[in-house]
Design a protein around this ligand. Sequence first.
Ligand code: 5RP
Length: 221
Amino acid sequence: MEQVLEQDRLKRLVGEAALAFVTSDSIIGVGTGSTVNCFIDALAESRIQIEAAVSSSEATTERLTRHGIEVVELNQCGDLDLYIDGADECDAHRRLIKGGGGALTREKIVAGASRRFVCIVDESKKVNVLGQFPLPIEVIPMARSMVARKLVALGGQPEWREGFTTDNGNWILDVHHLDLVDPVAMESKINDIPGVVTCGLFARRPADLVVIGSSSGIQQF
Ligand code: 5RP
């Protein structure tokens, strides 16, 4: 219980710290998850007035809108200067596992459209090698079993996130025990399987900066 409270405190700390990267009157990309929710709440309470946000999920759109922050479609904007998002795991090379909340595809799209991706995490997310957190993969529903078999052949143990449908109308496989020592190669291999929409590895396009909320304060690398 105390550990959860401390993690929540660190999420709020890093959510507030992310305000330092936001410029007034800009259009920013906003990720998904409880850490990003802390950032959205801090932004709404701050004096920073952004022009609008591009959202990575229906949940984030709802929260932004509730705070009176305008949400625009990515197709209405050019590239964005800044994308703020959390992660489930990050390594020392700023490579990430994302998708615990199931928003990985839109997150990868908005990250890809952004010149700077600032990833905000609490210290529990930092790992030496990615892969303790099961890797989320968004799949077209009709391909679920076929993709699962290919993932077994790659050494993983896929588990269908039953009852969950993504904002894009697809399903998620959470893959345990994959060898992610070379996450760039594995990201390409998985994305090449027909029926995979995207996988939650952000290694080919890692974060540009990771900001960590830790018990000794804010760290970044
Ligand atoms: C959602 C994500 C989130 O960034 C990730 O799950 C981290 O979430 P939280 O900040 O709640 O720990 O990738 O798809």
